[in-house]
Design a binder for this molecule. Structure first.
Ligand SMILES: [Zn+2]
Length: 193
């Protein structure tokens, strides 16, 4: 399914606004904790709610099944709960994904059951929007372009911004920054004759 027209630029705008609100420049890394703080949202490791063994069991039944989810413990509180077994980079992207849903004002409506754990999820379009926005939040286009200009590859970017290499590579591909950089290099070369 394709994202609606204009959504990608809207996502970059939101990412830029969030950075401005946090007083970050274009090249500073952002953490989900900073973002949650800005939005007044709590972050809980899942094993504060459910025993850690349950996550281990779930992982054995269906690997990767539970990443993170959003709860409303009371009317005035929102909490994002993450899988305590996830790696740091996985947790970062899962939390960014949940925070993206909140930034986009998505409503959690679909009930998903995993074993005997129930949680709410969004429809497919909203899932895709959150996935896209979370990438923009962690690695906005302008930041990627600046990194590519200084010769960074996906591995370097992943390390510097504490995301997975897969995510860094994905963002490099979908934003087209490598192509843009190469085209501008070609142009400079050609104009030199
Ligand atoms: Zn989602």
């Amino acid at each position: 399914m394709a994202l609606r027209r204009g959504f990608k630029s809207e996502a970059e705008r939101i990412a830029k606004q969030v950075r401005a609100d946090l007083g970050l420049n274009g090249s500073q890394s952002i953490t989900p904790e900073m973002l949650a703080n800005l939005l007044g949202i709590e972050i809980w490791p899942g094993d504060e709610l459910i025993p850690r063994e349950r996550f281990i069991e779930l992982e054995q039944i269906q690997p990767g099944a539970f990443s993170a989810c959003t709860l409303r413990p009371s009317d005035d509180r929102i909490a994002v709960v993450y899988n305590p077994l996830s790696s740091h980079s996985r947790r970062t992207s899962d939390l960014a994904h949940e925070l993206a849903h909140i930034l986009l004002d998505h409503n959690l409506s679909q009930i998903v059951r995993l074993g005997d754990i129930t949680f709410l999820s969004c429809d497919q379009t909203q899932e895709e929007e959150a996935a896209w926005l979370s990438g923009c939040l962690l690695l906005p286009r302008a930041l990627l372009l600046a990194e590519v200009r200084r010769g960074s590859d996906a591995k370097t970017i992943a390390k510097r911004y504490r995301v997975s290499e897969k995510m860094a590579q994905y963002r490099l591909n979908v934003t087209g920054v490598v192509r843009q950089h190469q085209a501008s290099k070609r142009k400079r070369r050609n104009s030199r004759g």
